[in-house]
Design a binder for this molecule. Structure first.
Ligand code: MTE
Ligand code: MO
Length: 512
């Protein structure tokens, strides 16, 4: 064996040591975290990256990557960690002390990220245990492997080398086994109580059936009700928070006479009502699809607040979620006649995990970030002057009513059509006010009234259609809505930040 190949093998073994010890530490941390109901090191680091990412980068990620933003982020975090581990291992054969320091810093970062994560249901003991195991396996394992490798450098006899190699391999496979055990624990244990196995009580106030004629039979037109599978999802959670029902408590605190603590069963034992509401995200661009309509089952928010007894001087409710998200909702919106709910069901089933199981808020007429907290754990009655909620701290408006808007669903942008009668259709929404009129125009042809679907309620979107006599050429179809208060949708293009986009949606089509 030449010196060069010897030191190459040696360096290879060093890189393997870093990778193995680091990965085993992470996997042990993940396994224990899963057992102890904590976010594991990978997700915790990912969550901190999300928190520290500047808003424009977040917006760019959501608009270019869509639903893939989370896998891409987690993949990125993993890739960076793997490269760092290999580099530490590479350095470790020459400078073990520096490399061990690096490994300590790296696992320290993971521990800090876990400590900062608010999604944990467990106490500090669990955190210390999972953190200690992560650091011990990664730093301890790395130190052991590096020591064995260095012992090998000192030994120049063939026999010594063999013994050391055997020892190294034994230590390496033990560490790999520890890591595998952690990974298996992570993979096999603690699936959240499956919400689909729960049955919700029926509502005492079932919602009226969807009126006939709310929509039109036009291929491509958005259905009036959005299925749970098709419902948009927007949140900051890298991993859907798992909130075990047996431990669940909703707290109503703050400026109230009688603070309440309600278990999941307490909530189900109330008189549940059903309401169809269109939920809308502030990040919805003109023409975008970040909104949907569901039948929600829940308790009127104002009943819970009345029971707690709201004190004079309050004007806001700060809601908190199991994962540390917060929203600030005007007290008025939760107590007036719009029908705000603390919801447990969505389209006939318990809330799906990604839509907030076990309990979330649904507040008609306000963008989700100020009104629709998922994995809800607390409603604190307070004053806007005394806090700033998650997105408000990040530059979005404190108050954010949904803006009057409309969308063309068919034809799609750049569609190629044949001349003659062509149906143009879509939806319009003005939650809590109602849509009174939708107008469409082709090119500069002048505004034409569209036919409106029967109104379900002023809390849901409204379908519209217009039959256009399409002539050959390229045309721009444009839509605008008028609400029941007589306000016409503004043509002014505004971005989604700080309080929602505006402007008329248009599509360009070619008629042959
Ligand atoms: N806990 C938590 N709740 C949250 C959010 C979040 O990031 N975390 N996002 C809000 C936003 S911005 C919107 S638009 C709605 C989206 O609800 P959905 O994902 O069920 O469609 O949830 C709201 N509730
Ligand atoms: Mo949102």
């Amino acid at each position: 064996m030449t010196t060069t190949s010897g030191s190459q093998a040696h360096r290879g073994a060093g890189m393997l040591s870093g990778l193995l010890a680091g990965a085993a530490g992470v996997l042990v941390g993940e396994g224990l975290a899963r057992l102890l109901a904590l976010p594991g090191p990978v997700v915790a680091v990912g969550n901190r990256v999300v928190d520290l990412t500047p808003r424009p980068v977040k917006e760019w990620a959501v608009s270019t990557l869509g639903a893939a933003d989370k896998p891409v982020l987690l993949g990125g975090v993993l890739a960076v960690v793997l490269v760092a581990l290999v580099l530490l291992g590479r350095v470790g054969t020459d400078r073990p002390r520096g490399a061990l320091l690096g490994m300590t810093a790296l696992s320290g970062l993971a521990v800090a990220a876990m400590a900062l994560d608010r999604a944990r249901a467990a106490g500090p003991g669990a955190l210390v245990l999972a953190s200690a195991a992560t650091v011990l396996v990664s730093v301890g394992g790395f130190a052991l492997l590096l020591a064995l490798l260095r012992a090998g450098i000192g030994t120049r006899t063939g026999r010594g080398r063999t013994v050391d190699r055997r020892r190294f391999l034994l230590a390496a496979s033990s560490i790999a086994a520890v890591g595998a055990a952690g990974g298996a624990t992570r993979g096999l244990t603690g699936r959240a109580a499956d919400p689909t196995l729960l049955t919700l009580p029926p509502p005492v106030g079932p919602v009226a059936p969807v009126p006939a004629g709310v929509s039109f039979d036009v291929p491509g037109l958005t259905p009036h009700l959005t299925s749970n599978a098709d419902f948009y999802r927007v949140d900051t959670a890298l991993q859907v928070p798992r909130v075990p029902v047996p431990d669940y408590v909703l707290r109503i605190t703050g400026l109230v006479d009688r603070p309440l603590e309600l278990t999941y069963q307490d909530l189900l034992d109330r008189d549940l009502v059903e309401r169809r509401v269109t939920l809308t995200c502030v990040s919805n661009e003109v023409g975008g699809d970040l909104l949907g309509t569901a039948t929600w089952l829940g308790i009127p928010t104002r009943d819970l607040l009345a029971e707690a007894g709201v004190r004079a001087g309050a004007d806001a409710v700060r809601s908190r979620s199991a994962d540390g998200f917060t929203a600030g909702t005007p007290l008025d919106a939760l107590t007036d006649d719009r029908g705000a709910l603390v919801a447990v069901g969505m389209n006939g089933v318990p809330l799906p995990p990604e839509h907030g199981f076990p309990v979330r808020m649904v507040t008609p007429g306000l963008y989700g970030y100020v009104s629709a907290t998922k994995w809800l754990t607390e409603l604190e009655v307070t004053r806007f002057a005394d806090f700033a909620a998650y997105w408000t701290e990040r530059g979005y408006a404190e108050q954010a009513p949904v803006k009057l808007s409309s969308r063309i669903d068919v034809p799609g942008s750049f569609a190629r059509l044949t001349a003659g009668p062509t149906t143009v259709a879509g939806v319009a929404w003005a939650q809590t006010v109602g849509i009174d009129r939708v107008q469409v125009r082709a090119g500069e042809g002048g505004w034409q009234d569209a036919e409106l679907g029967v109104e379900d309620s002023d809390e849901t979107w409204r379908a519209w259609r217009w039959v256009w006599d399409a002539e050959p050429g390229t045309h721009r179809l444009e839509v605008r809505a008028t609400d029941r208060a007589g306000r016409v949708q503004t043509p002014r293009r505004e971005p989604i930040a700080p309080d929602g986009s505006t402007g008329w949606h248009n599509v360009t089509v070619t008629v042959a």
